[in-house]
Design a protein around this ligand. Structure first.
Ligand code: NAP
Length: 190
């Protein structure tokens, strides 16, 4: 079987304590990636880290609330301290809510979602981008049409990979310079 493009890739993934993020991390660990796991639940993160280490992966867990800018910076700094570089950032952490806007009792729920789903991805991208650029990422995913489409490996193995995803679809960041419209987050290295 061909070696995974993620072999020895340093991947920071938020929301890695449960659900989709945990499963992505599990798959990346199998592919030989070095993982930096972020989420608020320290115990669940460490449980995941232990599982992945047992299968030979290099993993650190960094309890992080992505709605807090300083904690996002600390997450990225921890990745650099441990691995010296970041190849991939996966902005997966998020919450969701379904309600009619005119039936909301207060606006705080919207503020909370924005803080996590939007600013969480923006903060992590902001702090990681200089490091992602240093790895001279040579590939980027196809521009995602739908949130789940963003999780795509490049067609051919490349030196580094940068995938920046915000599936709850809050914004688009292009080389971290502009936040244009509600869509998916991705960073274009061209
Ligand atoms: N499942 C779906 O069908 C679906 C569809 C569209 C979009 N999405 C989006 O995909 C992402 C993952 O979904 P999921 O179904 O896997 O959700 P999930 O099972 O609820 O997992 C969410 C993850 O995000 C983390 N998280 C939540 N708030 C956080 C915060 N403030 N700081 C850091 N981490 C935080 C949670 O960990 P802690 O609680 O430990 O912090 C958990 O690891 C979410 O952004 C969700 O909105 C999911």
């Amino acid at each position: 079987m061909a070696e995974s493009v993620f072999k020895d890739n340093v991947v920071v993934i938020t929301g890695a304590s449960a659900g989709i993020g945990l499963e992505i991390a599990r798959r990346l660990a199998k592919d030989g990636a070095h993982l930096v796991l972020g989420a608020r639940s320290a115990d669940l993160l460490e449980q995941a880290a232990k599982e992945f280490r047992a299968s030979g992966a290099r993993v650190i867990s960094v309890p992080t609330d992505v709605s807090d800018r300083d904690q996002c910076e600390a997450l990225i700094n921890a990745a650099i301290r441990e691995f010296g570089r970041i190849d991939t950032l996966i902005n997966n952490a998020g919450i969701s809510m379904h309600a009619r806007f005119d039936e909301l009792h207060d606006i705080e729920a919207v503020e909370r979602i924005t803080a996590i789903n939007y600013f969480g991805a923006v903060y992590c991208t902001w702090f990681a981008l200089p490091h992602l650029k240093k790895t001279q990422a040579t590939t980027r995913p196809e521009k995602p049409q739908q949130p789940h489409d963003a999780w795509r490996a490049p067609a051919a193995p490349q030196k580094t990979v940068a995938i920046i995803v915000a599936h709850s679809g809050q914004c688009k960041v292009k080389t971290a310079a502009s936040v244009n419209r509600p869509s998916s987050i991705y960073v274009d290295f061209s």
